[in-house]
Design a protein around this ligand. Structure first.
Ligand code: ADP
Length: 208
């Protein structure tokens, strides 16, 4: 215990106390604008962006065993199993040493993933600092995703049935993650309708 105290003291002397990190969960249903806003937040706050959807699509594009496994779920609009997703996230975090903080986009999507994330961050001397939830209604989501599907090349955006399945998954398995972090006062709702800049101003206001 005493050694830990001493190490914290030394870290604080050199200004490298990791607890100053911002670790943001950018939350919200599919199509709520998480990816767009994450790109802007990365520029503004110098955080490391991790999107589990992008990581899966990368694996899928390279036909890796992980990609082949994930595709069977993604194409149906279902969540990829927790064990696979958590291992992939931890692996990605290990590849980015000493970040100023993380923007997690599309993770955690289940309570089990949230518990695993808390453990991973605690092991790095840090924690989730904010969960900002973009609020967009279902019909707007379906409209946006069908529109995106015309150009994104994503099979899961092209089919209304798959889109509706993703919304069902979100409501059943992902939305409880909001309440999980609300207990520690970290969750906050952000109006997700408006211009990209308006929504960005709301998000950065909540972070500053
Ligand atoms: P969107 O937010 O537009 O639904 P994403 O790009 O975040 O899309 O994710 C696409 C798909 O990848 C999901 O529908 C799911 O199958 C899979 N996926 C992404 N992140 C996770 C996760 N944290 N847990 C389980 N599956 C995930």
């Amino acid at each position: 215990m005493e050694t830990m105290w001493f190490m914290d003291f030394v870290k604080s002397l050199f200004g490298i106390k990791k607890n100053n990190m911002i670790n943001l969960i950018l939350f919200g249903p599919p199509g709520s604008g998480k990816g767009t806003q994450a790109t802007k937040l990365v520029e503004q706050f110098g955080l490391t962006h991790i999107s589990t959807g992008d990581l899966f699509r990368y694996e899928l594009g390279n036909n890796t065993p992980l990609g082949i496994q994930a595709r069977t779920y993604m194409d149906k609009g279902e969540l990829v199993p927790d064990s696979v997703t958590i291992a992939m996230l931890e692996n990605k975090m290990n590849m980015t040493p000493n970040p100023k903080g993380y923007i997690l986009d599309g993770f955690p999507r289940t309570i089990a993933q949230a518990e695993a994330l808390d453990g991973i961050l605690a092991g790095r001397d840090t924690q989730v600092t904010h969960l900002l939830a973009l609020e967009v209604d279902d019909e707007e989501i379906v409209r946006r995703l069908l529109e995106r599907g015309k150009t994104s090349g994503r099979a899961d955006d092209a089919n209304e049935e798959v889109i509706r399945k993703r919304i069902v998954e979100y409501l059943a398995k992902t939305s409880p993650v909001f309440a999980y972090y609300e207990k520690t006062g970290k969750s906050q709702k952000i109006e997700g309708i408006g211009s990209i800049d308006e929504i960005f101003a709301r998000l950065s206001g909540a972070l500053s």
